[in-house]
Write a protein that binds this ligand. Structure first.
Ligand SMILES: Nc1ncnc2c1ncn2[C@@H]1O[C@H](COP(=O)(O)OP(=O)(O)OP(=O)(O)O)[C@@H](O)[C@H]1O
Ligand SMILES: [Mg+2]
Length: 267
């Protein structure tokens, strides 16, 4: 069952054409990796989905409903949460206040309290720092807080923009274990933007590689893992390969699939 479908999406900033007809899909409960070099259009793709950038062409459907044209507020309300690049938490607000901000579209107080408990169970070290200002947390904890805040919207789809950026390999490993738990326990579909292709493809079921605003490679994660050379060619624009797509499988990422942190050093 397709949850999210982008069909030939074009987007840009002034004269910059950031996306040139991007089509991709995320099935219900799936974990999908969106890869690509700097400037390939990964963040713009997520911004189009969450309504921060309005596409110039094409369509975006979530659960059968058009998202393009809706406001970010409406899109969060439909069940899409965006954890932006660079851990944009509210540095002057406490951990708890940051989490409450994530639930701003919700009126069900009991549900919000339950989800706060779920987030604190995922990140127990955040509970210990509940009254601390967000800006005083370590980089890794700020990233976890940003993800926790996204979860407070009770999303069916969580968009994550470079969650591993700047984090130590051990923290990255535990972050991806938590993402797998969220996916398994809440059935939340994940669309993960990463430059760390190795880690992302280990946890995803399907992957897309963007190059210059276009999908250059797409396929099941195992196939992309096995065709790393083709992927690298695509990253650096050497050649254009399309890995024949297979039907998107649903997520099977499991916490147990993470390798020891020592093997996470290679990008
Ligand atoms: N606010 C902006 N104004 C003008 N151009 C922009 C803006 N944001 C992005 N761009 C341009 O749009 C293109 C796609 O950028 P985008 O941020 O989507 O890439 P990305 O794949 O997320 O890159 P990175 O890995 O560096 O985060 C790039 O050419 C970038 O310079
Ligand atoms: Mg980006």
């Amino acid at each position: 069952m397709t949850l999210l479908r982008l069909n030939a999406v074009h987007a840009g900033y002034g004269a910059v054409r950031a996306l040139r007809g991007v089509s991709l899909q995320v099935d219900q409960g799936a974990v999908v990796a969106l890869l690509g070099a700097n400037g390939a259009g990964k963040s713009t793709t997520l911004k189009c989905i969450s309504g921060m950038v309005h596409p110039r062409g094409g369509s975006i459907e979530f659960d059968g409903q058009r998202l393009d044209g809706l406001s970010p507020h409406q899109i969060v309300g439909l069940g899409v949460a965006h954890v932006p690049e660079g851990r944009k938490i509210f540095k002057d607000l406490t951990v708890t206040q940051n989490l409450r901000m994530g639930a701003y579209t919700r009126a069900d107080r009991k549900g919000v309290a339950r989800d706060m408990d779920f987030v604190f169970a995922l990140f127990p070290w955040l509970r210990e720092r509940a009254a601390q200002r967000g800006g005083l947390l370590s980089g890794g904890d700020q990233q976890m807080l940003a993800i926790g805040r996204g979860l407070m919207a009770r999303p069916r789809l969580l968009l994550l923009d470079e969650p591993s950026l700047g984090l130590a390999p051990m923290i990255v490993a535990s972050l991806f274990r938590v993402l797998a738990t969220i996916n398994k326990e809440q059935g939340t579909a994940l669309l993960i933007v990463e430059q760390n292709a190795r880690v992302a493809l280990r946890h995803a079921t399907f992957g897309y590689v963007l190059r210059l605003g276009e999908v250059a490679v797409r396929g099941p994660a195992w196939q992309l893992r096995d065709s790393r050379q083709e992927m690298l060619d695509s990253y650096f624009g050497v050649e254009r390969h399309i890995v024949s797509p297979r039907p998107c499988a649903t997520a099977n990422a499991s916490p147990g699939s993470a390798r020891p942190a020592s093997q996470e050093r290679e990008a």
